[in-house]
Design a protein around this ligand. Structure first.
Ligand code: NAI
Length: 289
């Protein structure tokens, strides 16, 4: 199967690795050459570490890297059976990309978005063949997280839904078919997880290290909410909250946090920029007694 991934950031790089590991021929496209270079170097590093840890052989590493190539134009993606978009979480930019893509691909190519919160129905409406558009929402990091939400819009054909579910299952992921509602399942449920934690911090009842600690130590979570927001990236996480808030007609349950907005404005995007709630160049704060 020929797969293309558009956007070679955190998610696109992970999705490309998953598809290549499953034996697909993968082309990765990004408008930013540096992002493409980083993605290539990261894939090499990740696979080398897996070889060191004896999780894969040199031969498998070679097969996976041989399955991935990098493209500089959308035209190079024209022979794809499936295209997964993982670019910036911005409606207008995504819609323009989907409309452009139809000029290059065959009528049967499935066009998927990895959006966290935007309406698949509205993205599909920018295409001449909206029935081929679907949401495929991976979680971060894509190679490790088992769950994938598959989100048909009201225009998506039954055939496209079935093919997509089959493909993602073949990639050894667990599929949850979700309705096209803001945040789908997981990102909707996760909003209060972040926003209540932010409110506790803003009201001064506990510091973030203590809140993170309590989720991990008492709740057995892998990361606390502040660590997780730093991991996801505040630019991505904040815009998802804003989208869900707006899409639910400003329901105060989903109101975004000004504290997080300031981080985005400052460029403190989390781990990817070296600083978010935590400063990753320093020793991280300890929970209070
Ligand atoms: P990112 O910021 O790491 O990567 C986005 C990439 O898209 C960048 O390399 C950028 O150069 C590229 N790009 C921007 N506009 C483009 C265009 N018009 N054409 C081609 N490339 C373009 O973002 P990330 O975190 O990978 O998120 C991507 C998508 O995945 C978003 O829709 C986000 O909501 C979603 N998502 C993010 C998750 C996360 O934890 N970060 C989890 C699940 C979904």
């Amino acid at each position: 199967m020929k797969v293309a991934v558009i956007g070679s950031g955190t998610m696109g790089s992970g999705i490309a690795q998953v598809a290549a590991t499953a034996g697909c021929e993968v082309k990765v496209f990004d408008t930013n050459q540096e992002a493409l270079n980083r993605s290539k170097a990261n894939l090499e590093n990740i696979l080398s570490k897996l070889v060191e840890k004896e999780k894969i052989s040199e031969k498998v590493k070679f097969e996976i890297t041989s399955n991935v190539s990098f493209a500089n134009t959308l035209g190079e993606l024209s022979h794809s059976d499936l295209i997964i978009e993982a670019i910036v979480e911005n409606f207008e930019i995504k819609k323009k990309l989907f409309a452009d893509l139809e000029n290059y691909v065959s009528p049967d190519t499935i066009l998927a978005s990895n959006t966290s919160s935007l309406s698949i129905t509205s993205i599909a409406a920018s295409c001449h063949k909206p029935e081929r558009v679907i949401g495929i929402h991976f979680f971060n990091p894509a190679p490790l997280m088992q769950l994938v939400e598959v989100v048909p819009s009201i225009q998506t054909s039954e055939e496209v839904l079935n093919k997509t579910v089959q493909t993602i299952s073949d990639w050894k992921k667990v599929v949850a078919v979700a309705k096209d509602t803001p945040g789908f399942i997981v990102n909707r449920v996760a909003r209060p997880f972040y926003s209540e934690s932010l409110r506790i911090l803003e009201e001064g009842f506990a510091d973030m290290a203590t809140i993170d600690w309590s989720f991990k130590e008492i709740g057995s979570f892998k990361m606390g909410p502040f660590e997780l927001m730093d991991f996801i990236g505040h630019d991505v996480n904040y815009v998802v909250t804003e989208t869900v808030f707006t899409a639910f007609y400003f329901d105060p349950r989903y109101k975004p946090s000004l504290t997080q907005k300031r981080l985005v404005e400052a460029g403190y995007l989390g781990r990817k920029s070296g600083r978010g709630f935590y400063d990753y160049s320093k020793d991280l704060p300890k929970p209070t007694e």
